[in-house]
Design a protein around this ligand. Structure first.
Ligand SMILES: [Zn+2]
Length: 115
C-alpha cells in the first residue's frame, strides 16, 4: 500500500504513460507510485483506479512533481500539435488544420462542420 501523506498528482492516459512518468520522476529523485491500470485489488477499494492509472507522490514532493509533469505536458503538446483534437479542427473542404477559436477555415473560409 501507499506510504502516508501521498497525494494524487497526475492522471495518465494509460499504464505505459504512467510508467514513463514514474521513471521521469525517479530521475528527479522523486519516488512516485502508480495506482490504477492493473491494480485489481485496489480497484475494489477505489473503483476509479481500475480505469485510469494515476501517479501519487509524497506531499513533500508534490510541488516539484507537478512542475515536472507540467513540463512534460507542454513538451507533449509541442511535439504533437496536430494530434490534439481540442486545439485544432480539420477543414472538411481543404484539409487544413484550423485553430479552435476560429469558426472559418483560414485557407478557404469554409465554415467549421458541426458535429
Ligand atoms: Zn479550408
Amino acid at each position: 500500500m501507499l506510504p502516508p501523506e501521498t497525494i494524487n498528482v497526475y492522471l495518465a492516459k494509460n499504464l505505459l504513460e504512467a510508467e514513463f512518468l514514474h521513471n521521469l520522476l525517479a530521475d528527479a529523485g522523486i519516488e512516485a507510485f502508480v495506482i490504477g491500470g492493473a491494480t485489481a485489488l485496489l480497484a475494489e477499494v477505489i473503483p476509479l483506479a481500475a480505469r485510469a492509472p494515476c501517479l501519487w507522490v509524497r506531499q513533500a514532493d508534490a510541488e516539484q512533481a507537478r512542475a515536472i509533469l507540467a513540463d512534460y505536458e507542454r513538451r507533449q503538446k509541442a511535439a504533437h500539435p496536430d494530434t490534439d483534437p481540442a486545439a485544432t479542427w480539420k477543414c472538411a473542404a481543404c484539409g487544413e488544420l484550423v485553430d479552435e477559436e476560429f469558426d472559418l477555415c483560414w485557407n478557404c473560409q469554409n465554415p467549421r462542420r458541426p458535429y
